[in-house]
Design a protein around this ligand. Structure first.
Ligand code: SF4
Length: 471
């Protein structure tokens, strides 16, 4: 095995076409990375396959944010052992956050692995595949921007951040992720991102705008801007120096042909009324803010190094709801952070009950390597974490259902994004507030804006009927 530190030549010319399969674990940033890598491999002459059994190259793009995701990956890796035994020429690669975090042990624990690459080294993967053919084990880690955030010539390439399938539904490319900033400087005490994706790096404004225009020219109707903290976006190049996220968002929204524009993720300490006013001023920006709270207790927020208080969070919610009527609000919560008392947890429940989020992403705390929280005392027993999570969901499920029921009979302008996989004959779209809605319809309507009346709801989805097409 040999480890290389950056700077290796990227040889994307391969004599033999190989079938590759990529499985993505984790966040939208990983999905964007996988789509980008897929585009690169196709450019290098390889073929994508959805069937790992027929693939000659299997790549897992990994997530290390939660221990559970890591365990799931390791199970999937172990499941590949018999296949590798049957076909020793099979090339297996691991890319993304886990190789960046656990590079020392992976080849030892999983000797059937051929290559490892950190999230900032995806441009080396075609070369790594080529060099793995003789059974070598190679690892590449370097701190530079991933390929879709670097190349000034990217316009001539198909990096492929167009999402082939958003979520578990469908597969028509009218939706695309557009990374604008990678890495994070916040060092929240529980989070591995600053260790796996490095420090914040903003992509040049001009390049982002060109990329958005190219996406629209390729038929994309919905663009979702991505970054661990989009609010930290800061252009540093001379021409556009000083452009922050609100201005960038406004410029992208002003490009013609973008029917819907969204973004994630925001940080409560960095969002401001300036951003809310930009959202309010552009009808094509989703009326949705995802603003991670994490905890409603100030002492826990302090231990998390979040940089705000519950009062500050409440104030931002008040402002954004005043400026953007009809806004949908979602959030992230961690239960059972070290030292979290019953009283701390009740404060979180209070903020949830009072704010009435449309939905939440809530998880039990788990220790992650290299983080400050790993070293903290006062670890919460698993059973307590489970109980708290169940109580949280009992509260939130009721709120989410009630909020969805309020939409019954109302009409929304919906962008139809894809055919539903689970419900043949139905299309999945999103309303102006980014709520998902299922509508009976023909695949030809994907990419259209239509007026939809909500006829029924459940806790997660709206169901409606099309009234008329508007675009
Ligand atoms: S803001 Fe905090 S939680 Fe989010 S990516 Fe950065 S360090 Fe992680």
């Amino acid at each position: 095995m040999g480890e290389e530190k950056g700077g290796i030549a990227t040889r994307t010319t391969l004599a033999i076409t190989m079938k590759f399969f990529i499985r993505t674990f984790g966040c939208q940033m990983n999905q964007a990375d996988s789509a980008c890598l897929s585009g690169r491999l196709i450019e290098a002459g390889h073929q994508n396959t959805e069937d790992p059994e027929e693939a000659q190259v299997i790549i897992f793009n990994t997530c290390s944010v939660r221990q559970h995701a890591e365990e799931r990956l390791f199970q999937n890796l172990n499941a590949l052992r018999p296949l590798k035994k049957k076909r020793p020429e099979l090339i297996i690669g691991l890319i993304g956050c886990i190789p960046a975090l656990r590079r020392e042990t992976l080849f030892r624990s999983f000797p059937h692995l051929n290559f490892l690459a950190g999230p900032e080294n995806l441009d080396t993967v075609p070369d790594l595949i080529s060099r793995s053919k003789n059974g070598a084990q190679i690892a590449v880690f370097d701190s530079k921007l991933p390929p879709h955030l670097t190349s000034p010539t990217r316009g001539k390439e198909s990096c492929g951040v167009v999402s082939p399938a958003r979520g578990e539904e469908g597969g028509v490319n009218v939706s695309a992720f557009l990374p604008i900033i990678t890495g994070c400087d916040n060092f929240c005490s529980y989070c591995v991102v600053p260790f796996t994706r490095g420090r914040e790096k903003s992509r040049p404004t001009g390049e982002i705008l060109e990329e958005a225009e190219r996406m629209v020219a390729n038929g994309v109707k919905e663009i979702i801007l991505l970054g661990q903290n989009v609010n930290s976006y800061q252009e540093t190049a001379n021409k556009n120096k000083g452009i922050g996220f609100p201005e960038l968002l406004s410029r992208i929204a002003g490009l013609s042909g973008i029917l819907r524009l969204g973004f994630m993720t925001s940080h409560p300490k960095d969002v401001s009324p300036k951003l809310f006013k930009v959202i309010a001023a552009h009808s094509n920006i989703y009326r949705h803010l995802h603003l991670p709270l994490q905890s409603g207790s100030d002492s826990i927020l302090k231990a998390m190094h979040r940089g705000y208080t519950a009062a500050h969070y409440r104030q931002r919610i008040k402002e954004v709801r005043e400026i953007i009527p009809g806004l949908a609000l979602t959030s992230d919560i961690i239960v059972g952070f070290p030292g979290e008392t019953e009283d701390d947890f009740k404060k979180t429940l209070s903020v949830i009950a009072e704010t009435k989020f449309d939905d939440l992403f809530a998880f039990k705390y788990s220790d992650r390597p290299k983080t400050k929280a790993e070293e903290l005392g006062g670890k919460i027993p698993e059973k307590t974490k489970e109980d708290r999570l169940a109580r949280l969901w009992k509260l939130q499920d009721g709120i989410s259902l009630k909020k969805n029921l309020e939409t019954k009979g109302k009409t929304f302008e919906v962008l139809l994004l894809t055919e539903s996989r689970k419900r043949p004959g139905f299309l999945l779209g999103k309303a102006e507030n980014e709520k998902k809605i299922l509508v009976p319809g023909n695949a030809k309507l994907v990419g259209s804006l239509i007026q939809v009346q909500v006829t029924s709801v459940d806790r997660r989805l709206l169901y409606g009927v099309a009234l008329e097409q508007t675009a």
